[in-house]
Design a protein around this ligand. Structure first.
Ligand code: NAP
Ligand code: G3H
Length: 464
């Protein structure tokens, strides 16, 4: 039977830049079974040996940074500089993961602390791997968001079946090959390729998968969460991160961070600032400053330039269609488009929309594009209320010089992380990263990922 292949088309050139296999369920099943069979030996291997492989992988990744950055650029449209930064950041993250894993220690808990407990009884605890980890990554960080699942899983003795986003699978396969070349045995890490809509349901419920670590849209994440067996899951999903700007904020600082947060990589980041909630007193001044920064953004096609760009073509035309729908809806309902608002193919111009109201879709939906809606509010309380009405709860920013107010807003916002006087962002990769409500389940971030992909094992010693 002929193997079905999927063409990977660059969002920058519209050309086919490679192909990946559309694997059948049978092929995928065989890979999962091999991962299960490979687990006992990998788990039993001295952890120092597993660590050595991962250090090798980090070194190799750095050596290949330019080559991989070129693939990332062409495959997901990231500008070359950011693509390279992603690769280098990932090498650092892999090393840091090993360093944290070195500090994993067990405990000894005496039973005698409990009323009536025996002096001769102790629980000795350590952390054990879960088994086969299914790592599913999105298109927008095809290297970093894959390695942030693979490295903590491997170092702690899990085997990994890695399903990259189809648009991202050339980069993902390159990354996996780096791990294999670094010494990770075949079967311990394997890539499966094919459309999530075709093989996804089969893999997530497979009896030999022991943990699902997913990053992607809320729609797909919720679909997976409804199906999985009784196994642990980690979900990093969509967001509608708000920047709350209070009357005493440093408006220059706020405008600078808001624009960088909203528009870098065309807003195709889960942590992009996706709405501004500004109090009326300073709204005009803030919007003026934001508009000036937006006009200065570097817009273009990364295939045509070596330098850094902020706004680049979106991942595909469908994504641009969706963004355009949101802009048109806001315009028809009376919002002011202060700049941008146009698109050509998958290139959407950076768009700033003022006087957005809560009846407009762009106030609530995640555009995953270069669009920033500004909602003017009467007070800090109204800003918090609107921020919390969102179904999402990934991150938020608050801009104010008043530390008491900053902490009050941070406490009241229903999100995983609040940034005080900075844009919303995941990095650095050792910080905890999580979403609440429809933005996720569980905590990512090097130490937290290691915890999520291991479980406590308790052995009780009963002395005579
Ligand atoms: P997506 O469409 O949800 O795809 C994510 C991954 O899920 C891809 O590998 C996809 O494979 C796979 N998939 C699709 N259907 C599946 C199914 N039924 N079962 C199992 N897997 C399935 O997301 P995306 O467009 O790549 O990424 C953008 C979204 O991810 C945004 O919503 C963004 O906010 C979110 N995101 C969140 C975080 C975070 O940490 N919170 C980080 C980055 C991105 P195919 O490509 O083959 O369809
Ligand atoms: O797309 C979601 C990424 O996790 C965002 O990461 O904030 O470091 O760009 P970042």
């Amino acid at each position: 039977m002929d193997t079905k292949m999927i063409d990977i088309i660059s969002p920058l050139t519209n050309e086919v830049i490679g192909q990946v296999k559309a694997m059948s369920k049978k092929e995928v099943g065989a890979i999962i079974q091999k991962a299960k069979e490979s687990w006992p030996a990998w788990r039993e291997l001295a952890s120092s040996k597993r660590m050595e492989y991962l250090y090798n992988a980090a070194d190799l990744l750095e050596e290949r940074a330019d080559e991989l950055a070129e693939i990332v650029m062409l495959e997901v449209g990231k500008d070359k500089k950011s693509a390279r930064t992603e690769v280098m950041r990932t090498a650092d993250m892999i090393r840091f993961t090993v360093d944290i894993a070195k500090g994993l220690n067990g405990t000894m808990i005496p039973a005698e602390n409990f009323p009536g407990g025996s002096k001769n009884k102790y629980a000795i605890t350590n952390r054990e791997p879960l088994g086969v980890v299914l790592a599913i990554s999105p298109f927008n960080y095809p290297v970093n968001l894959a390695a942030s699942k693979i490295a903590p899983a491997l170092v702690t003795g899990n085997t990994v079946v890695f399903k990259p986003a189809t648009q991202g699978s050339l980069s993902g396969t390159f990354l996996a090959n780096v791990f294999l070349e670094a010494g990770i045995p075949e079967g311990v890490l394997a890539v499966i390729t094919g459309k999530g809509s075709e093989i996804g349901d089969y893999v997530v419920v497979h009896k030999d998968i022991d943990f699902v670590n997913f990053t992607g849209s809320t729609e797909v994440g919720q679909h997976i969460a409804q199906q999985v067996r009784m196994i642990p899951i980690l979900m990093e999903l969509g967001g509608k991160d708000a920047a709350v700007v209070l009357e005493d904020a440093d408006l220059d600082l706020a405008a600078k961070h808001i624009v960088a947060g909203a528009f870098s990589y065309s807003g195709q980041r889960c942590t992009a600032i996706k709405r501004v909630l500004v109090v009326n007193e300073v709204a005009d001044a803030l919007v003026d400053k934001i508009r000036i920064h937006v006009m200065e953004l570097k817009v273009g096609n990364p295939a045509d330039t070596e330098g850094g760009l902020d706004v680049v073509p979106l991942i595909n035309e469908k994504a641009a269609d969706f963004v355009e729908e949101l802009i048109i809806d806001a315009k028809e309902k009376g919002a002011n488009i202060l700049c941008g608002g146009t698109r050509e193919g998958n290139m959407v111009q950076p768009t700033l929309i003022d006087h957005v109201t809560t009846d407009m879709r762009v106030a609530w939906e995640e555009p995953f594009g270069p669009v920033l809606p500004v909602l003017r509010v009467a007070s800090m309380e109204e800003a918090i209320q609107i921020a919390n009405e969102s179904e999402y709860g990934l991150q938020s920013s608050v801009f104010t010089k008043d530390v008491d107010k900053a902490f009050e807003v941070a406490r009241k916002l229903e999100v995983g992380t609040v940034q005080i006087n900075n844009k919303t962002e995941r990095g650095p990769d050792n910080l905890p990263f999580l979403g609440v409500k429809s933005s996720g389940i569980g905590v990512q971030g090097i130490m937290y990922s290691i915890e999520a992909m291991t479980r406590v094992k308790s052995t009780v010693l009963n002395l005579s």
